[in-house]
Design a binder for this molecule. Structure first.
Ligand SMILES: C[C@@H](O)[C@H](N)C(=O)O
Ligand SMILES: C[C@@H](O)[C@H](N)C(=O)O
Lengths: 162, 162
């Protein structure tokens, strides 16, 4: 009888970097990730939706530490020059709120409850990436603490000091 | 000294359902997820990139069990009728490959290595969602086993029986 959510994490020192219009062929995601790895950059999240542009290309977004965003951009420049039409897009200052719980896979509606708690604070969700035992979403940096507290009390984990 | 990858999971009975052009305001993601939860649908993954359409709306993709996709579509119909311009889009038959390892957060390049192993088999990646200790990506259903085996041997986990 594992809890659907046993803890909430907040990452506030994060930045979002999207690569817009990458070629949708095998090897693209690998090249992007490995180029940043060569510079020692640790990626906190990678999100690519299934959406394609008219020309068939896709976008890939990376969430990483704020202080490594410039370095990441430098790492990606050689790839961008090889892919005409591909460009970098810096995202706004963000915070990432994640709920973790081993009971999540066997409980219906955990993500919905988390998103509802955030919506009740009138906070907009900018990105979502979930997996079996972890639901994370991106909100504006200024809303991070409020979102964390809202999710924390939604799952009755008590109130946090802020 | 935890391994960056201790295991690989393959989900082959999955389907992808995207909701295209949802209003980008607080409560949208919650309503979609809770509507499906009301029908008892367990979502295996939720992916929303930061990308917006010209009119400011966004897309949200869900990965769920194949046999629940029709039920999910029925659950979402009331919401769609409230949001003009929003539509459902069924994805192709998919397989999801995930690498899990507690050492992933402290190791640079795990995702890149996984994507490279998949690219070396000339397999295209349709979606990506990662978090600290889990990297997952979607490939065509027909490529699932091949992708699993490629990633399995990349991280020296031995060969799988197929
Ligand atoms: C698009 C959707 O994520 C919306 N921004 C919300 O907060 O629910
Ligand atoms: C866009 C990117 O994911 C590409 N499809 C790849 O396989 O690398």
């Amino acid at each position: 009888n594992l809890p659907e959510v046993r803890g909430i994490a907040l990452d506030i020192e994060q930045a979002q970097l999207s690569v817009i219009g990458v070629p949708d062929k095998p090897g693209t995601a690998a090249s992007l990730c490995l180029a940043m790895a060569d510079f020692g950059i640790n990626l906190d999240a990678i999100v690519q939706s299934e959406r394609q542009h008219e020309n068939g290309s896709r976008d890939i977004s990376f969430i990483l530490k704020k202080e490594e965003r410039k370095l990441a951009e430098n790492a990606l420049v050689p790839l961008l020059s090889a892919w005409p039409g591909t460009r970098l897009q810096e995202g706004p200052a963000i915070a990432r709120v994640s709920a973790v719980g081993a009971g999540m896979p066997s409980t219906v509606g955990t993500a919905g409850k988390m998103f509802r708690a955030i919506a009740n604070e009138n906070i907009n969700i900018g990105m979502i990436a979930t997996s079996e035992i972890r639901t994370s979403c991106v909100v504006a940096q200024k809303d991070g603490i409020k979102a964390l507290n809202a999710v924390h009390s939604k799952f009755n984990l008590g109130k946090l000091k802020t």
